[in-house]
Design a protein around this ligand. Sequence first.
Ligand code: GDG
Length: 471
Amino acid sequence: MSYDLVIVANRLPVDRVVLPDGSKGWRTSPGGLVTAIEPVMRANHGVWIGWPGGTDQDLQPFEHDGLELFPMTMSADEIEGFYEGFSNGTLWPLYHDLIAKPEFHREWWDSYVAVNQRFAETAASLAAEGATVWVHDYQLQLVPQMLRDLRPDLRIGFYLHIPFPPGELFQQLPWRRQVLEGLLGADLVGFQMPGGAQNFVRLVRQRVGHKTHRDLVYLPDGRTVRARAFPISIDAGGFEELARSEPVAQRSAEIREALGNPRKIFLGIDRLDYTKGIYARLRAFSELIKDGHFDVEDAVFVQVAVPSREQVEQYRILRDEIDRLVGRINGDLGRIGRPAISYLHSSYPREEMAALYRTADVMVVTPYRDGMNLVAKEYVACRFNDDGALVLSEFAGAADELRQAWLVNPYDINGMKSALLEAYQAEDKETRRRMKAMRRTVTQHDVAAWADSFMTELSDVGTHGKAVRPA
Ligand code: GDG
């Protein structure tokens, strides 16, 4: 089979599920990426290459909901070295400002190279003459150049979903040059923020020695590479529609009731990750109660922490720390049937997420560093009455667009306390003014516009391959 569009991502957009009859099946995973890419895939005879999770070795290509999927196998050693190791123990902390200490292990790197090579070979074998290949994220940064070596006829795009760090931090990576060269195999390298694109171009000039001008890199063989920001977004219409639906309205009322009808409900939803600033935000909230600004009858904090990367040591430590903190806060400040923090370590269907967004009066998003943060945008999309307050970290990419949020520095606990209190006390008129402006931004720049602008730019750059039709 050969395809005109090949999407290459670490994960396939489906999860394994056990069907009612006991057999195994697939379910489309929650998340905007598949929503955004699906129409382009359909319009262009596309295939998606990725790991379905697990270590099954006898996987066959299959179709799900009309999408052609090509599953990549992963051995237990590769999960350890490539995925948990180099991707999540080296690159993730290095690219998020060293919030945790990155570990550098040569075996992890070898595994990263081997898995990237396998993804590149698979993409090369599936792509039609002159096809477009769109590679995603930090797990696959070597794929663009590996693929170009195998198939110079292709048009290759790469998109990084997480921040690209400043040179001072990136230089620590023992394999910095290989990673930069890997990315330079693409015709277009997309980042969340202009800062990431600039960091990349500067590093390429300083470390690899290529000539650059603004967002262009000139390679010795005459090829050019463009590096630009494409801030990602969400399916804003889809979220709003869900939030407005009758079942979600009912569920929202149930949630408020179950929480004891407090005056204000605060909400945090994050993967349980040390970049997300969960610990500091819960402390700030609890201190407001301790200081007597409000009581557990007035306000409750619902924190959903979605299990994530549980085999990685730093994530286990974080989970224990948060468990202890929540236990201490509730022990000190809670009353019978009235915990200060309602803590949920679980993942939920999209409907439940929408019901939570619809219920929350104050949404609290306080990462130390985040490529974008879609949760902040999803909250805004769900507030169809223009009410609700968003407290948002300056260090989330989303802060660039959602200027009307209560912006905070998550390292400054007192500053965070003031912002939470202001959001709690804000007049309706004030929250409405802010939310209206943010809603305009999120509805205008949704994920379809994001995919479209990346694809359009990709079909304009490079002399290789034929252009992909917009959906
Ligand atoms: C990376 C970057 C960038 C979460 N729990 C559940 C659930 N989710 C959905 C949310 C949201 C997504 O997962 C999380 O996206 P974020 O942007 O908040 O964060 P990361 O996972 O770190 O994502 C980030 C993103 O890539 C996209 O480029 O914005 O900066 O770090 O959509 O709704 N969805 C459901 N149940 C859950 O329990 N259904």
